[in-house]
Design a protein around this ligand. Structure first.
Ligand code: FE2
Length: 353
């Protein structure tokens, strides 16, 4: 679990005070990885105080993070600074948060990040790392994974060293998120809840968080219950609780298939989940109906036919990625999932998307 968290509108202003005691020495910088949508946005950047050799890197979140991107960032940091950094601070959505987590792990662990994709492969604790979400829903701020696209698979580095040491939850930072992105990323949270609550791995810990987040999603996306600010606050907490729910259970069918789309087509996680979930009535009937209702309320039109032109070997690639995520299928359908989830079945589902 994340060991320290602050919440509140304007809490981003506490960043320097939080970091100050964590500076190891003047040669050990804090490295800020910031979503490049904030480039030239003094409202946010003027509140980051750089001292000594601290560095702020703007990084595009147009593409989701890759293992080679993580390895290049780590190499750069090692070659630039004699001392190991005092900390890595990720400011952005799931992409930036996952990058910050992965870089902080790879600064203390040998080899390449692709070697750590999987469960509990990380040997040494990561360096101090801080997550500051600027969009709500992914749960990356609280999860014990950092999802990377590697040469062979799209899979997270899942470990006890992955979660942030500190998170700053300031809902005001989400005020400029465009509506479609707000919906897709919010639905990532909704789908976390569904897959956790309907999964076989469910336990009282996951259920308590999942139910709260599910209800918050309904308040936000169905009832629109409250002021704009109140809804931003609620979605930030829904993201947190949804993330906590899957941290102790697992995601399911939508995430497995969405990873296939992401790996082959580069479809981003939030929209990818929406495209998949739209076709999962047979697995999650009531929740897919509610999803379609929310889509209508917010006038969201999802891309259609993204798999229409794909060749057989491309379908095979997506199916391989999806089937490789065994814990997700086992959570969704139980130990005997292989009896119903065949390659043909997944091909039929992908063909609908
Ligand atoms: Fe997700």
């Amino acid at each position: 679990m994340v060991s320290r968290v602050v919440f509140g509108r304007g809490s981003f202003n506490q960043l320097s005070d939080i970091l100050e005691p964590k500076r190891l020495n003047v040669k050990a910088p804090f490295i800020y990885l910031v979503d490049d949508v904030f480039k030239g946005n003094a409202w946010l950047t003027s509140r980051i105080s750089l001292a000594y050799e601290d560095q702020l890197l703007f990084i595009s979140a147009d593409k989701e993070p890759t293992t080679s991107q993580v390895d290049a960032l780590v190499e750069d940091i090692i070659l630039t600074y004699k001392d190991r950094p005092s900390g890595i601070i990720g400011i952005g959505g799931g992409t930036l948060l996952d990058l910050a987590k992965a870089v902080s792990i790879m600064l203390t662990n040998k080899g390449e990040s692709k070697d750590y994709q999987g469960w509990d492969l990380v040997k040494s604790p990561a360096i101090y790392h801080v997550g500051i979400p600027t969009i709500s829903g992914t749960g990356s701020e609280v999860s014990r994974t950092t999802v990377l696209t590697g040469p062979k698979r799209k899979l997270g580095i899942n470990s006890d060293y992955t979660p942030f040491d500190q998170v700053i939850l300031d809902p005001e930072l989400t005020k400029d998120v465009p509506t479609d992105q707000w919906f897709y990323t919010g639905m990532d949270c909704f789908i976390h809840c569904v897959e956790s609550l309907k999964g076989t791995y469910l336990n009282a810990f996951s259920q308590s968080y999942g139910e709260k987040a599910y209800d918050l999603c309904k308040e936000i996306f169905v009832e629109a219950n409250g002021s704009k600010e109140a809804l931003q606050d609620k979605l930030m907490m829904a993201s947190w609780h949804g993330g906590m729910s899957i941290a102790y259970s697992q995601v399911g069918v939508a995430h497995a298939l969405s990873y296939g789309l992401g790996y082959l087509l580069g479809t981003k996680h939030g929209i990818g989940n929406c495209i998949v979930f739209d076709h999962l009535e047979e697995f999650y009937p009531e929740d897919v109906a509610l999803f379609k209702h929310m889509k209508t309320i917010h006038n969201i039109k999802l891309p259609q036919g993204i798999c229409a032109q794909l060749a057989d070997d491309e379908f095979d690639t997506m199916i391989n990625v999806a089937l490789g995520l065994e814990p997700l299928w086992e959570n969704a359908l139980g130990k005997n999932w292989k009896q119903t989830i065949t390659r043909e079945k997944l091909r039929t589902l992908y063909e609908k998307m």
